[in-house]
Design a protein around this ligand. Structure first.
Ligand SMILES: NC(=O)c1ccc[n+]([C@@H]2O[C@H](COP(=O)([O-])OP(=O)(O)OC[C@H]3O[C@@H](n4cnc5c(N)ncnc54)[C@H](OP(=O)(O)O)[C@@H]3O)[C@@H](O)[C@H]2O)c1
Length: 435
């Protein structure tokens, strides 16, 4: 191979992921030169506080507390944004692209909210955006969709895209325990953020699904059009009844292409316990993609963490550098010009359901509920009715699973069932996916 060619790199943000990136660049630099022909030189690194102790060493003069220095350095050809958040990260990314620099980012929130503007700017300024680390950390899911599966029409994707919720549900399933106490343990162990709202309520998974859907279906699907439900209402009782029925509860992100429309949703699901996705444990992520030519494929691995995420960032960096050096132009399809998607309205989505009703232990309760289901066209698949009540209030859980029914039918049945005087609490409804 001829002599490696130098590419100047700038980094904005050197926290958890950024330090991992610097570490990998230092460790693998000789390999990139010899095997890929690129000499990646870290010219500038911006942080908020330059006096903070760091786990990696940089040459004198590289570190700054002014991101503009990174963006404006003429020797920086590729900017890595690893600071996170919407602003000022969005502004920095936009300005880097407007200056014609390629951008690598792990910031899925930014791409989900401002991706259109950023991809637009990239297209106008002959620049590229690479964002492998923004979905599923170290798993090369984006490259699989854009490159490996390019010959396929993507039919569906089923993913466990959020490590925090998967960790909590795994512990609730394997060890038992209430949601709140397991969340606190997850925070103590560093598997959940101090403010885990975006993970727990499904926002993080919906943002990732929005990005994957752009690539898979070539259509702009903003996160707010995705049906979204979190996991905080899942109780040990549901975990146990799900087990009894042969299922495991997982937070699934699902997107399907159906006759030109997209069905997209993020919610807890009962998944058959023998299915591959039911056995993705702890903080791990997995995505099953069904392609028109290859059929189903599963990608599995660590969805977050310093080195897994940095691995994806550096892989993007090497890819962009190589493309710049060999072709001198952006290569990715411009995701900015995607047509808006036609999402299937949530009411039309059809699934089977698990329903847990808390009812007074009286004769005829099941008959009441069965009549309401039958009136809206929902057919019952199984019933678990426990023996005599052991609670002071005289209530028992009544579990019903249904065959496939429209979301709208289930909502209207639940509204009516809620009005029955034998019901003492809001019913628990969880969708079932027969993977
Ligand atoms: N951590 C993960 O496992 C993971 C996984 C997937 C994706 N991501 C994404 O990766 C990105 C980075 O996450 P992280 O966990 O590495 O965050 P982090 O540890 O909080 O690091 C943020 C970095 O940004 C710097 N920074 C903040 N404001 C700045 C400013 N105005 N100018 C320059 N630098 C600034 C901070 O400087 P100081 O060091 O001086 O405070 C710090 O170095 C986020 O978008 C996140 O969503 C993270």
């Amino acid at each position: 191979m001829s002599d490696p060619k130098t590419i100047g790199v700038g980094l904005i943000g050197m926290g958890v992921v950024g330090e991992g990136v610097v570490q990998l660049l230092q460790e693998r630099s000789d390999h990139f030169k010899s095997a890929r022909g690129v000499d990646l030189v870290l010219k500038r690194v911006a942080v908020r506080d330059i006096s903070k102790p760091r786990d990696v060493e940089l040459p004198t003069g590289v570190l700054t507390d002014d991101a503009n220095v990174v963006i404006e350095d003429p020797e920086v050809r590729i900017v890595i944004e690893n600071m996170g958040g919407l602003e000022p990260a969005g502004e920095f990314c936009l300005r880097a692209l407007q200056a014609g620099k390629d951008l690598v980012t792990a910031n899925k929130a930014l791409l989900a909210e401002q991706g259109g503007d950023l991809f637009d700017a990239a297209a106008r300024h002959n620049a590229d955006i690479a964002y492998e680390a923004s979905v599923c950390g170290g798993i090369p899911i984006i490259r699989s969709l854009t490159d490996g599966l390019v010959a396929n029409r993507i039919e569906s994707m089923y993913g466990i895209l959020n490590g925090t919720t998967n960790y909590i549900l795994t512990k609730m399933t394997d060890k038992g325990g209430e949601f709140d106490s397991i969340l606190r343990q997850a925070q103590d162990l560093g598997f959940a953020e101090a403010d885990p709202t975006m993970d727990i309520d499904g926002t993080d998974a919906a943002q990732k699904l929005s990005l994957l859907s752009r690539i898979a279906f070539h259509t702009a699907l903003p996160p707010n059009l995705i049906l979204k439900e979190g996991i905080s209402h899942i109780s040990p009782l549901d975990i146990d009844f799900a087990k009894e029925l042969g299922y495991t509860i997982k937070l699934l992100a699902i997107a399907k292409s159906k006759a030109g429309r997209i069905e997209a949703r993020v919610h807890p699901s009962l998944v058959p316990s023998g299915a591959l996705l039911a056995n993705i444990k702890d903080e791990f992520n997995a995505v099953e993609i069904v392609g028109s030519a290859v059929g189903p494929q599963v990608l599995y691995g660590r969805g977050a963490g310093q080195l897994p995420t940095a691995s994806a960032v550096v892989s993007d960096l090497v890819d962009l550098a190589e493309r710049r050096l060999t072709r001198n132009g952006p290569s990715r399809s411009p995701l900015s010009v995607l047509p808006p998607s036609a999402p299937i309205p949530p009411e039309e989505i059809e699934t089977s359901f698990y329903c847990r009703f808390t009812v007074y232990d009286r004769p005829g309760v099941l008959a009441h509920i069965a009549r309401i289901f039958s009136e809206v066209g929902i057919s019952i698949a199984t019933v678990i009715q426990q023996g005599r009540s052991e609670t002071e209030e005289g209530t028992v859980p009544l579990i019903i699973t249904t065959h496939k029914a429209k979301e709208a039918s289930m909502r209207s049945a639940v509204d009516e069932i809620n009005n029955l005087d034998v019901i003492t609490r809001k019913p628990q409804i969880i969708r079932i996916e027969q993977l």
